[in-house]
Structure formats: C-alpha cells, structure tokens
Design a protein around this ligand. Structure first.
Ligand code: ASP
Length: 338
C-alpha cells in the first residue's frame, strides 16, 4: 500500500479527505491531516452529527466531543463542549499544551477560550427545527433515518408529556426497529444511519507516522451530559505507532463496553490483519449485547504499513479513502449481520 493515505468514516469523510490531501501529499504530517479532516466536517452545517449543525440533546443544547492521538503518551480529548465549533482542535491543544488527556464541559470551554478559540453558536436552524419536531412527536431516540425524516424519529414510550427533557425523565433512551425504507430508498443506503455519523479518521503520512482523530455531536437528543465512545481514548479512537490504529463509529454504548478501538489495535498487535481485528471487535459486541435492528457500529483499522480495512455490523456504512492512486468511497470489507 502506498503512503500517504487517509481513511475516514462515512462518505462525507471524502469532503474532509479532499481538504487534507494537498498538504499531506506535499509531505505534511498525519496529525495535521486528521485534524483538518475533522475541522472541515465540524464546520459543515449539512452534517447533522458533527460540529456546527449537530443535533442537540434532549434539552435542545448541542454538545460536542472529539479527540486526537499519535501514541499512548500523545493524545488529547474534550467532551461536552458547548461554545466552540472545533473539539478536535481543542483536543489537540489539550495534548500539546497541558499535561492532561481529557477536559470536559465548562472546563473544556474555558480552556478553549483561554487558548483563543472563537466562540460559536452551535445550534443550526435545521437542527433546531429537527429538535422541535422531535419534541412535538414526544419521543426518545431512534437512530435510523428511514421514512425520509431529516432527523431521527422520536417515539413515545410512556414518558410524561409536555417537557423538553422527558427522555431524561424516563431515565433511559429507547429504540425501536427501523421502519421500512420509503420507495426508491434501499436499506443499503447510508442515509438510514443518520445520527450515527461521527467523523473518524486515520492517516499515515509519508514519514510513516500514524495519527487518528474523531469528532461528533454524539447521539441525537441524548440525555444531557451523555458522552459516547468518540472522545474516549481506547473506545472511539486508539493509535499505537508500532502496531496500528482504529476508529469506531455508531452506537457508542455498544462500542464502550468492549473498548472497541483499543481492542482492535491490541488484536493487530497480536498478529491479526486489520480486517480480522475489526471483525473480531464486532463479534465481541454481538456476543455481549442484545443487538437491535437499529444499532449500527463500524470500525476502520490501519496498520503502520498502510494496510487497512473497514467492517460494520450492518449494511449502509461506507468509508472514504484518499491515497496517491485513489480517491473514493468504499463499501466495508465485511458486514456482520444481514
Ligand atoms: N459513536 C458516537 C457516539 O456514540 C456516535 C456515532 O458515531 O454515531 O456518540
């Protein structure tokens, strides 16, 4: 496999890859490339699961998570950022400017402000509309986007009516099976996983250095304060310079129970190929959870020699690849459940 190479989650990752590629192709560093990919999607209002335009929590507030990593002793993370658009860049500052790994909530916002980041209103008009539709339908969380909803369709499972945070009062998030897709839309369509669209990116540069990053607004209409796998080192992202790197996307609660990204890298350390490692992590999830039709998890994994793979629990996931000879959106190498 030729380097440099960028591998991102989902087809919209291609937009980020495009922006990061010129610098990387000129000999730039993988850490700059992964940050750039995330920044582009964080600023993209059309992506309703990352950065500005992300769907809010059950109180109508957007909160962002992100992390970045070069090695076990070179990583940074932020979660529950409420006033700044680029969690990945704040995470990089945590890595480079502090002796900590992770900052959360008000502390992360205060740190970003002190570092000179520009405050931003994160709630886009479309996301606000989606929130109001969700409130009106009185629901909790459905992470599919079949039926053409521009946002996950809420359902009511007996939570008391009339308040924005009924989902929180009900004490848990509920899911229901994804409905049949509308005519002309296939279940293989990536669009059915709206709300499951963390941007995660792995990159190996021309110097042979691996880096990874991810950024998300988390589960749509989540309980306020909920943090998923994405900003947690070893869950949403892990990088070992000698043995490989992995990023996860999808239902964070399933990924966190198996330390998904760390496990994938450990399996590569033990000799598994990237595809085998990604499949093994998904199998571990299948073995440990009551996986529902609306659950999706996907993993991308890359070795320091540039060999990479992706695998998903269900169809409808895609990865974006950018290298010297290629710039494409690809199907996963394995889909575990049909
Ligand atoms: N993994 C993210 C989370 O659980 C969301 C996603 O990738 O879909 O917050």
């Amino acid at each position: 496999m030729t380097v440099p190479l960028i591998l991102s989650t989902w087809s919209f990752g291609q937009r980020g890859n495009e922006a990061a590629w010129p610098g990387l192709a000129r000999g730039g560093h993988s850490i700059d490339a992964v940050e750039r990919v995330c920044q582009v999607l964080e600023a993209d209002q059309e992506v309703d699961s990352v950065g500005f335009g992300g769907l809010p929590d059950s109180n109508g507030h957007v909160s962002l998570d992100g992390c970045i990593m070069l090695a076990p002793n070179r990583c940074g993370s932020v979660c529950n950022v409420r006033r700044f658009m680029h969690p990945v860049s704040i995470a990089r500052q945590v890595m480079e400017q502090t002796h900590h790994v992770m900052l959360s909530g008000d502390g992360a916002d205060a740190f970003a402000q002190a570092q000179g980041f520009m405050p931003a209103d994160l709630l886009a008009a479309d996301a606000q509309d989606a929130y109001h539709r969700w409130l009106k339908e009185r629901g909790t969380v459905d992470q599919s986007r079949d039926k053409g909803y521009s946002a996950p369709r809420p359902i009511d499972r007996g939570a008391s009516r009339g308040q924005p945070n009924d989902g929180a009062r009900a004490g848990r998030l509920f899911f229901h099976p994804a409905p049949e897709p509308p005519p002309g839309r296939s279940r293989d369509d990536e669009s059915k996983w709206k709300g499951h669209d963390t941007i995660g990116v792995l990159c190996i540069d021309a110097h042979g250095v691996l880096a990874g990053a991810c950024s998300t607004s988390g589960m749509p209409f989540k309980l306020p304060g909920r943090v998923g796998d994405s900003p947690i080192i070893g869950h949403g992202l892990y990088v070992d310079p000698e043995h490989g790197a992995a990023v996860a996307t999808g239902t964070g609660e399933l990924i966190m129970g198996v330390c998904g990204s760390f496990l994938a890298v450990e399996l590569m350390r033990a000799g598994q190929e990237p595809l085998e490692a990604a499949r093994s992590v998904l199998q571990r999830i299948i073995d440990n959870y009551d996986v529902k039709p609306e659950h999706q998890v996907a993993l991308i994994a890359m070795r320091p020699d540039g060999q990479f793979a992706s695998a998903a629990l269900r169809s409808g996931y895609k990865s974006s690849v950018r290298g010297n000879q290629r710039n494409e959106v690809v199907e996963p190498d394995a889909v575990m459940l049909r």
